[in-house]
Every structure is written in C-alpha cells, then in structure tokens.
Design a protein around this ligand. Structure first.
Ligand SMILES: [Zn+2]
Length: 167
C-alpha cells in the first residue's frame, strides 16, 4: 500500500500515511451490518513546507454514537488520545481533522456533516488555518479542507481503493 497524496488549497501536500489508511479502511461499510465509524486525524506539519502528513487516527471508542447513517464522536476519550500523543511526541503529533465512514460508494457530506465540520473549525484548537475531513465510502474516499482564513470548504481529493489493487 502506498500513501495517498492530495494537494491542499495553499498548494502544500496532504499525505495520508499507510498506517492511518489501514486503520480507517477496516471500518469501510462494505456490508449491511457495519455501522458508521470515525475518529480524529493526527499527524505532522512538515517543517519549512506547507505539507502535512496524517500518521495516525483514532478509531471508534466507548461513548461514540454509531448508527447506520450517522456517527457522532464522543469528545473526551478522543481528546485524551490527542493530548497524550501530543505530549509523547513533544508537540510533533497534532490534531488535523476528522474522519468517518459512509454507506455509499463514493461519499458526499450530509448537511449535518457540514454543520459539524464548521463547528469544529470554530471551536477546536489547532495550529493552522485549516482542518481536513476524510469520508470513506465503500469504493473510495474523499477529503475536504475547511479554511478559517478564507471560510471555504473545498473537495481536495478523491481516491478509489481499486487504484491500490492495480499497482
Ligand atoms: Zn457523514
């Protein structure tokens, strides 16, 4: 498996590392019994560049509300991991955004997702102008960037899992 690389609004790269990809892909809703899953994106701002790398994700935890068509992440247990990883990494591993799954082949955010994302942009602490949001559909994933500075939401990339099997 190779990392997935998208171009951010500012021209820098957003890399989703293979470890993070593997973790998230376990939760793809590829049968009728799997409920929505999600968590936070954790990773690094690469020095002297605009690039960021998602190295890790949190996965569903006790307290999350998981339905067939919705996922609501409990704040505290995920925040504990964000804080712990930040400390352990001496401030290198940061909160970069959120991910969740959708039971559709290629995902589109619901209006609830968009409200949720905008609220996070408003309320959460993070070190850059923007947050990233990944939704994993059944056949592919997509990533969006929300910018505090420009107040925009942009689809920055799409990756079909089958691309990976061909290479
Ligand atoms: Zn959603």
């Amino acid at each position: 498996m190779k990392p997935v690389i998208f171009t951010k609004i500012d021209g820098g790269k957003l890399e989703i590392g293979t470890g993070a990809l593997t973790q998230m892909q376990k939760y793809i809703q590829d049968n009728n019994f799997k409920r929505e899953a999600g968590g936070v994106l954790l990773g690094r701002y690469i020095k002297d560049s605009l690039d960021i790398v998602i190295d890790e994700v949190t996965v569903p935890m006790w307290g999350d509300r998981r339905g067939l068509f919705r996922f609501f992440r409990a704040r505290r247990p995920h925040q504990k991991i964000i804080d712990r990883r930040w400390k352990e990494s001496e401030g290198t591993i940061n909160y970069l955004g959120e991910w969740h799954t959708h039971p559709e082949s290629i995902p589109t955010p619901s209006s609830r997702d968009i409200n949720d994302w905008e609220r996070k942009l408003d309320e959460d602490f993070f070190d850059s102008d923007s947050l990233h949001f990944v939704i994993l559909g059944i056949e592919g994933l997509r990533a969006w960037e929300l910018s505090k500075r420009t107040l925009t939401r942009e689809l920055i990339g799409e990756f079909w899992y089958s691309e990976e099997k061909n290479v």
